[in-house]
Design a protein around this ligand. Structure first.
Ligand SMILES: [Zn+2]
Length: 324
């Protein structure tokens, strides 16, 4: 079962989380395979890592809205998206054009010309009028312009920039499991910060406890992360540390695949295209078929449905609204 484990190190300014997406991740891949549109293997790894990272980041900040992780690419992968809701429901998709080289990593997939970007968007659930979602963007290269090959490195950069917090992230995915381990230095308590004591950014790289624990975390191999259960991973890495664990979240309170697509929303999208456009599709194809990029679900609109879409709601007889 997909699960997330949270823990902290007693008396030390360090916390961590470990996520394992199993059934939910297999479900994502199965939907895509059923739709006859499976992603190339390197893209599956990328999306699995993005799903695991998205769940970790959402769980870490507990944002009341969607956390959307997007990588815009200039290679065969044009876009990769992972979206995680506050209740840890997640979905992912990618837009791939052309051949993805075997065993391709970040550069070969998304950053062939150095133009790849990773954007993290926090979209509040209850937006105030005019409120824009918060977005942070980082490039896919390091401080010395060297192209980064792992998503974890890109996200570590982002978290250092956006939160001024040291973060170690280890991600891995195959066709059965998408998993991740996050270790983060805790923010300096408000008071010390205000009284001119140590500030978060002053402590980057300098906390001994964090450095030791991050180093231990770095010894975890992808193979171990994918094949060992959470208890074994944490025991092996941190058996000498004062680890305090919290009850894992799994099942209905844990990370799971869920797509928020809906027929009414697809309908609104068609309305925004305009009647002429939609009518011309009907003329050509007899009906409109729109597939959801996230779950592969197909929505069909025949000429009668289209007629209803473009009829203002108050003109419709009761019960005729498209709900099927
Ligand atoms: Zn969907």
């Amino acid at each position: 079962m997909s699960e997330i484990h949270k823990f902290l190190f007693e008396g030390l300014p360090v916390r961590g989380m470990l996520v394992r997406l199993t059934d939910s991740w297999q479900e994502v891949l199965a939907h895509r395979a059923t739709a006859g549109d499976a992603f190339p293997p390197p893209v599956r790894v990328l999306l699995g890592e993005m799903a695991a990272a998205g769940v970790l980041m959402q769980s870490n900040i507990q944002f009341n809205g969607a956390l959307v992780l997007q990588v815009f690419g200039d290679g065969p992968v044009k876009l990769a998206v992972a979206e995680v809701q506050p209740d840890l429901a997640f979905r992912v998709t990618a837009k791939v054009v052309g051949e993805v080289p075997e065993a391709a990593r970040l550069e070969a997939m998304l950053n062939v010309h150095g133009q790849g970007r990773c954007a993290i968007t926090l979209d509040p659930k209850d937006k105030l009028p005019g409120q824009q979602p918060y977005q942070g963007v980082v490039a896919l290269h390091g401080d010395h312009r060297e192209p980064l090959q792992a998503l974890s490195e890109v996200l570590e950069h982002y978290m250092l920039q956006s939160e001024q917090l040291d973060t170690r992230l280890i991600l891995a995915a195959d066709d059965s499991v998408a998993a991740g381990l996050l270790i983060q230095r805790l923010p300096v308590q408000g008071e010390a910060n205000l009284q001119g004591g140590a500030r978060n950014e002053d402590l980057i790289g300098l906390d001994e406890a964090y450095n030791r624990i991050a180093l231990l975390a770095g010894t975890l191999t992808c193979e171990e992360l994918l094949t060992l259960d959470a208890d074994t991973v944490l025991r092996r890495l941190f058996w000498q540390e004062p680890l305090r664990r919290f009850a894992p979240q799994a099942g209905s309170t844990g990370p799971r695949f869920e797509c928020s697509c809906a027929r009414t929303r697809v309908g609104s999208m068609l309305v925004s295209l305009g009647r002429d456009e939609v009518d011309s599709i009907i003329e050509e194809q007899g009906r409109v078929e729109i597939g959801c990029d996230f779950c592969g679900r197909k929505y069909h609109f025949d000429p009668v449905d289209v007629g209803e879409l473009f009829t203002p709601a108050h003109d419709q007889p009761p019960g005729s609204a498209a709900t099927h």
